[in-house]
Design a protein around this ligand. Structure first.
Ligand code: RFL
Ligand code: PHB
Length: 390
């Protein structure tokens, strides 16, 4: 087999890249280790920045998003038992974010890929990548007991944090990492969200909490939990009780509870691999960087990497210029580090750490007080939350 761009991974990064390249007439094949259903079963992100919405529109994959996505004009911070709105649209000259699940977005992109007749090879085992430092890269994989080979011009490593692409160039990268001493326990439930018009971020002596949504009938909630907790330790009742204790009395009263339809614990990590290009191999999305979910940046960063990468590849094939390819890593990392900083900062501000007591706690309280009472500080939060300009 031969293609222009071999894409490893059918998560949001790989699917979005495939669609943008296809629109520009560039041939691509996606190799995915899992089944399509498995990929769709992973409940992850829920908040899209305008740049991500615009990219989906550019691919023509926006019909359902336009119908079902819920636009948010503000977020709320809950601390000291009361609620403090941050009007992100007013503070940023009209910018907003959209609640639309990663599952839905992935579904839409998979449907569009299928409708366009593009090749996605699911359950591709033992994917390996070769000769990307020279002019003729090759990708090998196993499927149905046979080994297959794809010759290509470029390889896009869109295979997430545990993928093979970054692992293959491990000795050529510098890694920057911070691991946090807690996780997020997330619950999805078919109940109306307690705050349908603003994502709520809570700081309480019992730890962080988050009230989000997937639609007007589906809620997504999180509470900070110890890293060694198991999902089995958390009955639905225990989860709802704990969430209520971490919110202000009015919101706690309003929460509509119901059976969880998904419950999982995710560790929190900040991670960046530099550089993001190795000859004809590019890393994009979680393959190159991870942020703690506090700032809702992971999927949005993946989308902007893909925007830069698609632009660079289109320039290569259509204009015979490698300027975009040569600056890919630099351009992405400039934006990545700003999102890393923001996600790290908001994580520090909103969570209980082992040393959040005494001095640490007082400083957190002072910063929250400053944040909601200073237009300058609220504006800095808002402009990072809606996404910095490209
Ligand atoms: P993904 O989604 O991990 O997809 C990578 C794909 O590659 C496949 N793969 C391989 N395929 C072939 N061969 C191999 N050797 C392979 N190894 C792996 C995998 O099976 C998978 O299908 O990475 P991608 O596409 O870069 O997308 C990144 C996003 O998924 C991620 O950044 C976000 O989910 C992060 N995130 C959030 N981001 C936001 O922008 N807004 C949010 O509100 C938000 N909330 C979240 C989040 C992540 C969370 N968790 C669980 C980490 C909330 C949570 C709880
Ligand atoms: C989500 O809806 O899953 C979500 C929302 C905001 C975040 C993280 C996750 O910061």
């Amino acid at each position: 087999m031969r293609t222009q761009v071999a894409i490893i991974g059918a998560g949001p990064s790989g699917l979005l890249l495939g669609q943008l390249l296809h629109k520009a007439g560039i041939d691509n094949i996606i190799l995915e280790r899992q089944t399509g259903d498995y990929v769709l079963g992973r409940i992850r992100a829920g908040i899209l920045e305008q740049v991500t919405v615009d990219l989906l529109r550019e691919c023509g994959v926006n019909a359902r998003l336009d119908r079902e996505g819920v636009v948010h004009h503000s977020i709320e911070l809950v601390f000291g038992g009361s609620r403090h709105p941050i009007e992100i649209d007013k503070l940023t000259g009209g910018k907003v974010v959209t609640a639309y699940g990663q599952t839905e977005l992935t579904h839409d992109l998979m449907d569009a890929r299928q409708a366009a007749g593009l090749t996605t090879i699911y359950q591709a085992a033992n994917v390996s990548i070769h000769d990307f430092e020279g002019g003729k890269p090759v990708v090998r994989y196993q499927k149905d007991g046979a080994t297959h080979e794809i010759a290509c011009d470029f390889i896009a490593g869109c295979d997430g944090f545990h993928g093979v692409s970054r692992a293959t160039v491990k000795d050529k990268i510098t890694e920057y990492e911070r691991v946090y001493p807690f996780g997020w326990l997330g619950v999805l439930s078919d109940t109306p969200p307690v705050s349908p018009h603003a994502i709520v971020y809570g700081n309480s002596p019992r730890g962080f909490s988050l009230c989000s949504m997937r639609s007007l009938m589906r809620s997504r909630y999180y509470v900070q939990c110890p890293l060694d907790d198991k999902v089995e330790d958390w009955s639905d009742q225990r989860f709802w009780d704990e969430l209520r204790r971490r919110l202000d009395p009015e919101l706690a009263e309003k929460i509509v509870t119901g059976p969880s339809i998904e419950k999982s614990i995710a560790p929190l990590r900040s991670f960046v691999a530099e550089p993001m290009r190795f000859g004809r191999l590019f890393l994009a999305g979680d393959a190159a960087h991870i942020v703690p979910p506090t700032g809702a940046k992971g999927l949005n960063l993946a989308a902007t990497d893909v925007k830069y990468l698609a632009g660079a590849l289109i320039e290569h094939f259509q204009e015979k210029s490698d300027a975009g390819i040569d600056t890919y890593s630099q351009r992405c990392l400039r934006r990545v580090w700003k999102a890393e900083r923001f996600s790290w900062w908001l994580t520090n501000l909103m969570h209980r750490f082992p040393d959040t007591e005494g001095f640490g706690q007082k400083v957190q309280e002072a910063e929250l007080d400053y944040l909601v009472n200073s237009t300058a500080a609220s504006t800095a939060l808002a402009e990072n939350y809606v996404g910095l300009p490209l």
